[in-house]
Ligand binder design. Structure first.
Ligand code: DNO
Ligand code: MN
Length: 405
């Protein structure tokens, strides 16, 4: 009997409005969590890790993946104090591994984590989704951040949409835009526009190749720890998969991934396959990427996106969008069947819907939308797994009427 995928769920810890009991009712069996209260770059202590682990286990769940151990900006920019942060990172990894936690997710996006321009985009059915509108991002870039030559980075169509709606940017809308774009992961604090400008200068000198080199430095600096403790590092793709706001990005497409795995060949250098992040780029063929890099994939984020003609996208229902989730799941089930230990996946984000519309939630991480996503994904997996196993048509069993015409 082959293993099923592990159905996991991101939990932000005791302050998460979604409780461990809620998560169990959603049918997840494993938790994805991080010590969000520890400032970026500081060591995760053994005590803190064990405390979180015990909280999860006393609820009858298992902490399967650590997402994320954040990589400090000093490492991403390879600045003078990088060695101190690399030592801290190694120590956190050792402490995690000693507690039995060996699958770790991280990202190498400069300054900002995922970027959207609207976190309450109304869907036709009344639910709300996260949305990225390039004209709004261009407004932020050109008029608020005031980055030199920013307009050159947008298509003429996007610039003309922006110019046609310039008057809609009320002070309220401007403030909202800043809060959303500069928020990143909600628990990790906001970044100010002057700070962002400062980072832009730093990254201008680093460029794409420099950032790639810094990623290789980071991976080489943790390689010994990962290899001796059996840790699998999984890099999360850029979200969206573009170099935005003049910041370089190096985990956006198949070529980037190939570079990463060529640069550091040891198996600890793995991938968190996030279908929503990669899927926002029409150049990414998700089932193909999964086939190509499958043996590097130790963690999966499943969600879907719908793009319009300008490349704007919203997060759509898990099975209904530009990502062919059926094909992705087919590859994933087969990949999982070949592995000794099953791959954990989580419904990455979900819609804000039903009772959650009235609640204060972490954007993308309310309960009901993810519960719905998980339920759909679980059904899809079951259907595909059974189908692959029996691998025969129901008609051939003679228990269904066949039709002459
Ligand atoms: C977006 C989300 C992110 C992700 C972090 C990983 O797709 O999954 O919050 O978890 O960027 O570091
Ligand atoms: Mn993701």
């Amino acid at each position: 009997m082959k293993n099923n995928l592990i159905q996991s769920w991101r939990w932000y810890g005791p302050n998460d409005p979604v409780s461990l009991s809620d998560i169990k009712q959603a049918g997840a069996t494993a938790i994805v969590s991080a010590l969000h209260h520890v400032p970026h770059g500081e060591v995760w202590t053994h005590e803190d890790i064990i405390k979180r682990k015990n909280e999860i286990e006393s609820a009858g769940l298992r902490w399967a993946v650590v997402e994320s151990v954040p990589v400090h900006e000093s490492i991403k920019t390879n600045s003078e104090d990088a060695p101190k942060y690399l030592a801290n990172y190694n120590q956190s990894l050792v402490n995690l591994a000693k507690a039995g936690l060996t699958t770790v997710c991280y990202n190498f996006m400069p300054v900002l984590d995922w970027t959207r321009t609207d976190i309450a985009f109304s869907l036709k059915n009344g639910a709300k989704a996260l949305y990225l509108d390039w004209a709004d991002l261009a407004y932020f870039d050109i008029h608020m951040l005031q980055r030199a030559n920013a307009a050159d980075d947008y298509s003429p169509q996007v610039i003309s949409i922006l110019n046609n709606r310039l008057e809609s940017y009320t002070p309220e809308k401007i403030q909202q835009l800043e809060e959303i774009i500069c928020m990143g992961v909600p628990t990790e604090g906001m970044i100010t526009i002057p700070q962002l400008r400062n980072s832009l200068e730093i990254y201008k000198n680093i460029g794409k190749q420099g950032l790639r080199d810094n990623l290789a430095l980071f991976l080489n600096a943790i390689a010994d720890t990962c290899e001796s403790y059996g840790i699998q590092m999984t890099i999360h793709p850029d979200d969206p998969p573009y170099a935005i706001l003049g910041l370089p990005r190096i985990t956006s497409n198949a070529e980037d991934l190939q570079w990463i795995f060529d640069a550091v060949k040891q198996p600890f250098n793995g991938l968190c396959f996030c279908t929503g992040s990669l899927g926002a780029g029409p150049f990414n063929n998700l089932p193909e990427i999964l086939k190509t890099f499958g043996e590097r994939v130790h963690f999966v984020h499943l969600r879907n996106v719908k793009r319009d003609q300008f490349g704007n996208f919203h997060e759509s229902d898990h099975l209904d969008g530009d990502v062919d989730m059926f094909e992705v799941m087919k590859v994933l089930v087969e990949l999982n069947n070949q592995r000794k230990s099953p791959i954990p996946f989580r419904p990455d984000h979900g819609h804000q819907m039903l009772d959650d519309l009235q609640k204060d939630t972490n954007p993308g991480y309310s309960a009901i939308g993810r519960l719905k996503g998980l339920a759909e994904l679980r059904g899809l997996e079951l259907g595909i797994a059974r189908m692959l196993k029996s691998n025969q048509s129901v008609y051939s069993k003679g228990n269904i009427a066949t039709f002459e015409n």
